[in-house]
Design a protein around this ligand. Structure first.
Ligand code: ADP
Length: 235
């Protein structure tokens, strides 16, 4: 894929992104760039625009103005079909409440991105299974989400986010529904899994201890990225 333009240090970037929900401005000119393999935490107060920025970067929301680029290619001008293929083929997602499909077993949930990308069932399950040992979930492969604890379900969601070896993992408050210790374990696993396969991570969090595992954090305030802090966050 050839780059159209943009900053070639960045695998994903937003430039001057503006987006309102009706009369409510969510982003007022937000810019951010993330390098390949980097783990970046987006921090800031509730309602400041963090999730909206993540959803714009991930091609879920289209900005009113400004540019989003992935590997130098404009995402904001893609058709819905192109953005949906991009999300399916190149991106992984972990959300606050896991959002596992309740009708599927844990291993089927992990295999889902591979199945959606056209893999055959047995092959997809074969790739999904090693994640259970890696994430301390041995023996839970056949459980459904209702039979898992919050921390277990979130680890299954994490495996689902990483199984297809996405170029970028987008995580929105992935530890927000967990207690401190469980949240730390999930975050450690997320960082280890992403580093192992060189996945870039963009993670929205308001928790300093979560951001402390990132390489860098940025602060969003009133719909803008107000500071880019190169150092690690001290928790
Ligand atoms: P954060 O993730 O920092 O808590 P959000 O990006 O969720 O902030 O929200 C930014 C602003 O946009 C807030 O004022 C919020 O109420 C508003 N907002 C977010 N999503 C929607 C939506 N789907 N419809 C209407 N307003 C929204």
């Amino acid at each position: 894929m050839t780059r159209e333009s943009g900053d070639d240090r960045h695998v994903i970037e937003a430039r001057d992104v503006v987006l309102s929900f009706g009369q409510t401005p969510a982003l007022r000119g937000a810019s951010i760039g993330v390098a390949a393999g980097e783990i970046v935490a987006i921090m800031g107060p509730s309602g400041s625009g963090k999730s909206t920025l993540l959803h714009c970067l991930a091609g879920i929301l289209v900005p009113d103005s400004g540019e989003i680029r992935f590997d130098g290619r404009r995402v904001d001008t893609m058709t819905e079909t192109e953005r949906s293929s991009l999300r399916r083929d190149r991106f992984g997602f972990v959300f606050q409440f896991g959002q596992l499909v309740p009708e599927l077993t844990a291993e089927e949930n992990v295999a889902l991105p591979l199945l959606l990308a056209g893999a055959r069932r047995e092959g997809a399950l074969r790739e999904a299974r090693p994640w259970f040992g890696r994430l301390g979930l041995d023996g839970l492969e056949r459980r459904r989400s209702g039979e898992l604890s919050g921390g277990q379900a979130q680890r299954v969601a994490l495996a689902r986010g990483l199984v297809a070896r996405p170029k970028i993992l987008f995580a929105d408050e992935p530890t927000g529904s967990l207690d401190t210790l469980t949240g730390e374990q999930v975050m450690d696993l997320l960082v280890a899994g992403a580093r192992e396969q060189g996945t870039t991570v963009v993670i929205v969090t308001h928790e300093a201890r979560v951001a402390a595992s990132a390489d860098r954090h940025v602060l969003v305030r009133d719909g803008r990225v107000t500071s880019l802090v190169p150092d690690r966050v001290s928790s």
